[in-house]
Design a protein around this ligand. Structure first.
Ligand SMILES: [Mn+2]
Length: 257
């Protein structure tokens, strides 16, 4: 039986994590170590300046999980470095309660946990569902289980690779299929909201509406918008390969003053 380590960034009591655990228990053994609070949009953390506590909690279905005051990426690091002694086959982070598309992945605690898995040498996947009530968690949970089985059947992934999966928030029968995609483009509509505290000092909110998507075929945003599960291979190596030669060219001539 494969052994799955589950974490997330929405917190150990999120319904997405429970749905994922229940789907994976049908195909393997599951260990859960997830943050006690919501760490959404906190990026990739390594807690080095304070100790971390780990304790047991009971999930809504009566099953046991471990939780911590650390970040999603800390959960994976703790497990990898010996907190979970039974060898881990796949690290799965999610199911996040909103999509992680395009540049979202740089903010995402869900994706950061999968990145931490890849750093420790595990095949890792981040799983997110499109936003909106009612949530079709089962659709995303079964997609995650299917992709985990496919990953194991294919012998894992290259070093430094991880999968970023986004699932439409639809009943399972309405999913059109799976598409392998590139990261697409998100347009953020952030605006700075300035208010004043009782002492008259300004404080700031980064506000604005939800991001919109540039619907280019082949992009994660396009697949999700069209009812497909988007499967994007990500790389820990963030080198911009196409820019390397041009950048070297900068150094082949002196600066003009
Ligand atoms: Mn989240």
């Amino acid at each position: 039986m494969p052994h799955f380590l589950i974490t997330n960034d929405d917190g150990v009591n999120s319904p997405g994590l429970l749905a994922l655990a229940q789907a994976l228990r049908e195909i393997g053994d599951v260990s859960i170590l997830a943050p006690h609070r919501n760490w959404s949009v906190t990026g990739h953390n390594k807690t080095m300046h304070k100790p971390l506590r780990v304790w047991s909690v009971t999930l809504a279905d009566g099953s046991e999980a471990m939780t911590t005051d650390g970040a999603p990426s800390d959960c994976v690091a703790l497990a990898a470095m010996g907190l979970i002694q039974y060898p881990i086959d796949v690290v799965i982070s999610g199911i996040n309660n909103r999509p992680n598309l395009g540049d979202d992945i740089t903010y995402s605690g869900t994706v950061a946990a999968a990145m931490e898995g890849a750093i420790h040498g595990y095949p890792a996947m981040a799983v997110s569902i499109d936003e909106g009530e009612p949530y079709h968690w089962q659709t995303a949970a079964r997609a995650a289980a299917y992709l985990a089985q496919m990953l194991l059947q294919n012998g894992g992934m290259p070093a430094g690779a991880l999968l970023n999966i986004n699932v439409p928030n639809l009943p399972e029968g309405q999913i059109k299929g799976y598409e392998v995609t590139r990261l697409g483009q998100r347009r953020y509509h952030d605006e700075l909201v300035i208010r004043h505290d009782p002492a008259g000092k300004p404080y700031y909110w980064i506000g604005g509406g939800p991001p919109s998507s540039v619907l280019e075929p082949g992009a994660d945003v396009h697949s999700l918008a069209h009812g497909f599960v988007s499967v994007t291979p990500l790389s820990l190596d963030m080198t911009h390969d196409r820019f390397l030669d041009a950048l070297r060219g900068w150094f082949s001539q002196p600066l003009n003053h």
